[in-house]
Design a protein around this ligand. Structure first.
Ligand code: ZN
Length: 278
């Protein structure tokens, strides 16, 4: 049964979707053109090498899916006139510090991290997009709008969280979770080349449309940098109460871990286990 709060969130999410839909229709032409100088996009394929990603026993290796989507995204963005830099372009391990250092060496670039989610509960599914700094919100909103809109999976919302690669980058940085590889339906999609191509095209559409979403958010007061908490600001619309509770516990744990150690190594552990949080 729907709770009152659930219905409220669902209604708010629907309103936002309708508004953004209208907005993008009106702005579609402008959004598809960046104009001006060439923008650099640093694409970060999650995991790699010894770091398989996901949870123990997971059948589909996250590192393979992230690399394939990243390489497709590279081709789509390059075709749109972007300069693209990859944190990895093969099955190798790259430290989180190395990824961040590369991103920060391009001061006017955008940083896009590609991941897939996993959970012990097979039914868990959906698309979620993370950002940390205020400058990253427009890019996160735009990427999420297109990826979640184009995917058959549920919309888990745009969320603010202090992942290492998001906290340490000095350029707009977004981490998109392109679905759950532990969910049989989403894993089946992820394993088809056409779906991974679609994911790449939707992420690219978000990159191209990032400036349009900035205007949309400032005019609707959906969120401002001051009002965005570290928890989801667009609430999860299709997540069970127990799952939300678990997510809060995970957040608490990560805060405790952060208190213990703010070293990159500690953060790496946190980031490596992040996919288990949802
Ligand atoms: Zn991952």
């Amino acid at each position: 049964m729907l709770t009152k709060s659930y219905r409220h969130h669902l209604f708010a999410a629907s309103l936002l979707t309708v508004f953004l839909g209208t907005f993008f229709t009106a702005q579609a032409k402008r959004a598809s053109q960046d104009g001006g100088s060439v923008t650099t996009v640093v694409i970060d394929a999650g995991h790699g090498g010894n770091d398989r990603g996901g949870i123990p026993g997971q059948r589909v290796a996250e590192k393979d899916m992230t690399l394939d989507v990243a390489q497709r995204l590279k081709r789509v963005l390059a075709a749109s006139g972007y300069r693209v830099v990859m944190t990895r372009d093969s099955d190798v391990f790259v430290s989180l510090g190395g990824r961040v250092a590369l991103a920060n060496s391009y001061p006017n670039a955008l940083f896009v991290c590609i991941h897939f989610n996993s959970a012990k509960r097979m039914g868990a599914g959906g698309i979620e997009t993370y950002f940390y700094s205020r400058d990253s919100l427009p890019l996160a909103s735009a990427i999420h709008y297109f990826v979640a809109g184009g995917a058959p999976s549920s919309n888990r919302g745009v969320r603010r969280r202090g992942y290492y690669v998001l906290r340490k980058t000095r350029i707009p940085a977004v981490l998109v979770e392109c679905g759950f590889l532990t969910n049989p339906t989403e894993a089946a999609y992820a394993q088809t080349a056409s779906y991974r191509q679609k994911l790449a095209e939707e992420i690219a559409a978000g990159v191209r449309g990032r400036n349009s979403v900035t205007s949309a958010l400032t005019t609707t007061r959906v969120a401002t940098s001051e009002t965005i908490p570290l928890q989801p600001y667009i609430d999860q619309t299709k997540v069970a109460k127990s799952e939300r509770h678990r997510s809060k516990r995970s957040h608490k744990k990560s805060v405790q871990r952060k208190k213990k150690s703010s070293k990159p190594a500690g953060s790496e552990t946190k980031a490596a286990s992040k996919d288990q949080e949802g």
